[in-house]
Every structure is written in C-alpha cells, then in structure tokens.
Design a protein around this ligand. Structure first.
Ligand SMILES: [Zn+2]
Length: 85
C-alpha cells in the first residue's frame, strides 16, 4: 500500500496487526489486531483508509448505544502537575 515512508523515506515495510486507539475529544475506543504496514526503519504505522472508516463507524455506533463493545477497560488518569503533590 505504501511505496515510501513519508517520515523517513524508507521503502521497506512489514505487515503487522496492532492495537489502534481511536480518540474523539475525551472518548476513546481501542481496537486490537488492526492490520497495518509498519516502516521497518522508523516504525511509523500505515493503515488502510477503509479500515479506519470501519473503526470510526464502530466508535459512533458504540457511543450512540447502537452497539455494545465486547470488553471494557478501566484506565487510571492523572494530571501531570499533580503527580508529585
Ligand atoms: Zn519510516
């Protein structure tokens, strides 16, 4: 799908399945095992546009309660300025 990495110019990629975190303001979804091409030099990940559209549609459906996610994750959140207080 890519001929050349736009960040480093490398032309070698490996196919991988990775965790994709979709963020919209303060809402997230995490999708595991999303196929992508990874630049073998700098590690930049390239996804298919159609796969990102599927993830975006999934996000909308879950946040509009049209669909239930299979798993949920409780994530600790901290403000950086409060870490040492
Ligand atoms: Zn690269």
């Amino acid at each position: 799908m890519n001929n050349k990495c736009v960040f480093c110019g490398n032309i070698h990629f490996t196919e991988k399945k990775v965790q994709y975190i979709y963020k919209n303001n303060t809402d997230f979804i995490i999708v595991n095992d999303v196929p992508c091409q990874v630049c073998s030099f700098c590690g930049e990940q390239y996804f298919q546009g159609k796969d990102l559209e599927i993830i975006e549609d999934l996000f909308v459906d879950i946040h509009n309660n049209k669909r239930q996610s299979r798993k949920k994750l409780e994530v600790p959140i901290e403000e950086f300025g409060d870490i040492f207080s």
